[in-house]
Design a protein around this ligand. Sequence first.
Ligand SMILES: *[C@@H]1O[C@H](CO)[C@@H](O)[C@H](O)[C@H]1NC(C)=O
Ligand SMILES: *[C@@H]1O[C@H](CO)[C@@H](O)[C@H](O)[C@H]1NC(C)=O
Ligand SMILES: *[C@@H]1O[C@H](CO)[C@@H](O)[C@H](O)[C@H]1NC(C)=O
Ligand SMILES: *[C@@H]1O[C@H](CO)[C@@H](O)[C@H](O)[C@H]1NC(C)=O
Ligand SMILES: *[C@@H]1O[C@H](CO)[C@@H](O)[C@H](O)[C@H]1NC(C)=O
Ligand SMILES: *[C@@H]1O[C@H](CO)[C@@H](O)[C@H](O)[C@H]1NC(C)=O
Ligand SMILES: *[C@@H]1O[C@H](CO)[C@@H](O)[C@H](O)[C@H]1NC(C)=O
Ligand SMILES: *[C@@H]1O[C@H](CO)[C@@H](O)[C@H](O)[C@H]1NC(C)=O
Ligand SMILES: *[C@@H]1O[C@H](CO)[C@@H](O)[C@H](O)[C@H]1NC(C)=O
Ligand SMILES: *[C@@H]1O[C@H](CO)[C@@H](O)[C@H](O)[C@H]1NC(C)=O
Ligand SMILES: *[C@@H]1O[C@H](CO)[C@@H](O)[C@H](O)[C@H]1NC(C)=O
Ligand SMILES: *[C@@H]1O[C@H](CO)[C@@H](O)[C@H](O)[C@H]1NC(C)=O
Length: 667
Amino acid sequence: MHFQCPRLTPVQSRFTASFAALMMLGVIYWSLSHPHFAYAAELEVDGSGQSRGGEDHNWHRIQQQGLEDDVREHRLEYDGLEQGGGVEETVLVGRAVAVTPQAISGNDAPNMLNIEAGNTTLWEYSNELLVSSRATTGPGLPSELGQKRDVEPRHVELRKRQESSDARTIYVSINTCLQPTWNGTGVQTVAPPQLILYVSTESDNMDLGPNGRSQIVAPLQEGFANVSVVANGVWYLSVHAPALPDGFVGVWNYELAVSINAFYHAAEPADPFLYLVDTDIDAALLVTDNLTQADASSSIYEDWMSLRPPFTMFAANVNHTSTMGIMNSYCGWSNARQIAAVQGDPGGLDSGVQMGMITRGLGNKPKEQFYMTNLNSSSIYHGVLVMDGNSTDSGNGVVGGGGKVWQTVNWTTKADGNCALLFNLTFCDEVAYAVPSNPNKYNITGLQRLYDNYTSTFYQNFNYSLQQIPCNTTSDAQYSLAKNCTDCAAAYKQWLCAVSIPRCEDFSIPYTAAPYLQRRNMGQAMFDTGSTLSDEVLYHNYTPMTKAPTLGGSSRYNQTYISSLSSNSSRNPMIDTTIMPGPYNEVLPCEDLCYSLVQSCPSSFGFGCPYSGRGLEVGYGKRSNNGTITCSYLGAVYDISAADTTIPPLFKALLFAALAALLVGFA
Ligand SMILES: *[C@@H]1O[C@H](CO)[C@@H](O)[C@H](O)[C@H]1NC(C)=O
Ligand SMILES: *[C@@H]1O[C@H](CO)[C@@H](O)[C@H](O)[C@H]1NC(C)=O
Ligand SMILES: *[C@@H]1O[C@H](CO)[C@@H](O)[C@H](O)[C@H]1NC(C)=O
Ligand SMILES: *[C@@H]1O[C@H](CO)[C@@H](O)[C@H](O)[C@H]1NC(C)=O
Ligand SMILES: *[C@@H]1O[C@H](CO)[C@@H](O)[C@H](O)[C@H]1NC(C)=O
Ligand SMILES: *[C@@H]1O[C@H](CO)[C@@H](O)[C@H](O)[C@H]1NC(C)=O
Ligand SMILES: *[C@@H]1O[C@H](CO)[C@@H](O)[C@H](O)[C@H]1NC(C)=O
Ligand SMILES: *[C@@H]1O[C@H](CO)[C@@H](O)[C@H](O)[C@H]1NC(C)=O
Ligand SMILES: *[C@@H]1O[C@H](CO)[C@@H](O)[C@H](O)[C@H]1NC(C)=O
Ligand SMILES: *[C@@H]1O[C@H](CO)[C@@H](O)[C@H](O)[C@H]1NC(C)=O
Ligand SMILES: *[C@@H]1O[C@H](CO)[C@@H](O)[C@H](O)[C@H]1NC(C)=O
Ligand SMILES: *[C@@H]1O[C@H](CO)[C@@H](O)[C@H](O)[C@H]1NC(C)=O
C-alpha cells in the first residue's frame, strides 16, 4: 500500500531550526521598538494608558490577579518557560516570547506550526489582510449538496453585528494535522487531548489563552474547530496545547487559517453523506448520497455526471489508533489514513480505490461510487468522505482550500470467502452486493458473466410470455386498470434479479446475531477446505414451515437442516451445481418484491407468493427501519431507513403457485 509521508515533516525541521533565531529576534525586536518595555515590566502597572502591546496586557493581568508575584509565576507557567537564572530576566524574556505573535500569512492560507504540551502560540491577523479585496470564488459544484444538519458556526450572533466599513467578518478554522503518539503500555484506548483555539472578541487584544480575556474559547473537536467574528484593526488569535497525560509523547502540529471569504476548513460531523453498499473478504463498496434530485433531462444532472469524481475518501482499520482524535480534520486524516482514494487515479491502480459517477440505486440519481480493494478480511474499517479543497483546487489561496470531512462510516469485511461483491452487471444493472461465489472456479468477471447470462435467459423467456398479452391496446381492454405491461416487466426484472442473484452473507454469522439470515446449501462441502459440516449440525432439527401439516405421517413439519430444501439448497439451482460455494447465508429478497410482481402482472401468468408458515419465512424477508439490511432489494444501502412499502393485505393472501422454478416452495 502506498503511504504518503506526513506532509509536515519539513515544517517540523524548519521550525526547530528557526525557533531559536525567532526567539532571539523577538527579544531584540521588542527591546528596540518598545524601549520602555523593561521599565514597564519593572513598574508593573505604569503603562496602562497604552492601547496595544505588553503594557495593556500586563495591566489587565495585574487587575485580575492582584499580586505581583502571582503574575510572575503565572506568566512563567503561561509562557511555558523554565525558571532560569534571575527571575526578572526570565520574566522579561518570557513576555517577549509570549507577545511576539506569529503572523497569519494571508487570507485562505494554511499556517502550520508544531506546538508542545502546555504551550500557547499567539497569532496576529493584520489589518492589511482584513481590508484586502475579497477573493473571487469558482463556480462550485453543479448544485448545493443536500445538507441535513448544518454545522452552525460558533457565535453566529457576532456576525450579525453590523459590519462597518472598517469591520468585516473573519472566518477562523483549524485542523490538527499530527498528534502526540501513544507510548504507554497496552493498546491505546483514548485519543490524545485536543488543542484549544482562542479568538479575541476585540481588536488589539493579545491577552489570549487559558486565563486570557475577551476571547472566544473553541476547544477542537476531533481535530477541528471554526469561529467567525466581526473584526477590525489588528486581530489576535491563539492556540493552546493542553498538558499531556501519561502514555503520550510528542507534539501536535496544526494548520490554522483565517479568511475574509469563507472557512478554509470544513467538517460535517453529523452527516456521513456516504453509505455502505456491501463488503466481501477484501473489498468494500460505498456510495455517496444523491448529489442532486434533479431529473435525468436537466443540465444539473448532466453536469454532475460529467464531473471528474469530486469527492475522495480516507479510510483505516479501526485498530489503527492514529485516527483517534482527528476524525473531523482533513489534515489529520490525510496523515493518519491507511487508504486514500486519489482524484488523479480514479481506476485505483495505486490507491486500490476505484471511483466513478453512477446513477445506480433508488431514484437513479447521480452519486459517486467508491470500490475499495486490498482490505483485510474479518476487519472493522472506518472511512470518511472528503473533499480535497474545493474539489478542483486546494491549498494556499483557494477559498475552502483546506478541504472538508464528513462523518465517519464503519464497515466490517467478510470472513468466509464464498461471498463476492458483485456490481456492474449488464442485465441486472441494479445489483450491487455480495453474491454466492467460489473463487476457485470463477473470478469476478467470470461470475458476472455467469449471473448475467442466467438472468437474461430467464428474462427472455418471460418476455416471450409477455408478448402473448394484449399490452398495446386501449386501456379498458388491458388486463388491469392500475397496471400495464411496462409495470409488469419492471416488477419481474426486479424480482428476478433479487431472487436469482441471492445476497450472500458469511455462514459463520451466528443465528442469534442475525436471525433474518437464511442458511443455504448446508450439505455441500466448503469450496476452499473441502470439509462438510458435522452430522451434529446437519441432522439438527429444523422447522422451516411452522404451519406445515403434521398429520398423516407428513415429514414437512419436523425436518433437519440436511433434509430441508430451504437449508440444503440454493433457490437458484445453478449456484449449487455450477458455482458450488458451499454453505452460505442468504439475505432473503424482500417480500414486497414478490407482492409487487403478483400485483403488476396479468393473473394468467400465475405468479404467487408463499403463505406465512408455509414457506414465506424461508423465501422472503421483511424490511427493517433501523438501517440494517434485513432483506434484499435492489439499490439497498446500509443505514438508510427503508422506504415504507405498504403491501395491500389482499396480496398477502395470494395463492402460492409453483409456476416458476425460482418460486419453488422449499418443502
Ligand atoms: C514550549 O515550552 C517549552 C517549555 O515548557 C519550551 O522549552 C519550548 O521551547 C516551547 N516550545 C514551543 C514550540 O514554543
Ligand atoms: C476552486 O478554486 C479555484 C481557485 O480559486 C477556482 O478556480 C475553481 O473554480 C474552484 N472550483 C470550484 C469547483 O469552485
Ligand atoms: C514514553 O516516552 C517518555 C518520554 O520520552 C518516556 O519517559 C517513557 O519512558 C516512555 N514510555 C514507554 C512505556 O516507553
Ligand atoms: C436518493 O433519492 C431517492 C429518491 O430519489 C431515495 O429513495 C434514496 O433513499 C436516496 N438516497 C440514496 C442513498 O439512495
Ligand atoms: C489490526 O487488525 C489487523 C487485522 O485486520 C491485524 O492484522 C493487525 O495486527 C491489527 N493491528 C493491531 C495493532 O492490533
Ligand atoms: C464507528 O466506530 C467508532 C469506533 O471506531 C464508534 O465510535 C462509532 O460510534 C461507530 N459509528 C457508527 C455509526 O456505528
Ligand atoms: C463498470 O463497467 C464499466 C463499463 O461497463 C467500466 O468502464 C468500469 O470500469 C466498471 N467499473 C468497475 C468498478 O468495474
Ligand atoms: C477470469 O477468468 C477467465 C477465465 O475463466 C480469464 O479469461 C480472465 O482473464 C480472468 N480475469 C481476470 C481478471 O483474472
Ligand atoms: C447461459 O445460460 C443458459 C441457460 O441458463 C445455458 O444454457 C448456457 O449454457 C449459458 N451460457 C453460458 C456461456 O454460460
Ligand atoms: C408495446 O408497444 C411498444 C411501442 O409502441 C413496444 O415497444 C412494446 O414492445 C410493445 N409491447 C408488447 C408487449 O408488444
Ligand atoms: C404504464 O403505466 C405507467 C404508470 O403506472 C405509465 O407511466 C406508463 O407510461 C404506462 N406504460 C404504457 C406502455 O402505457
Ligand atoms: C416432531 O418432533 C417432536 C420431537 O422431536 C415430536 O414431539 C413431535 O411429535 C414431532 N411432530 C411430528 C408432526 O412429527
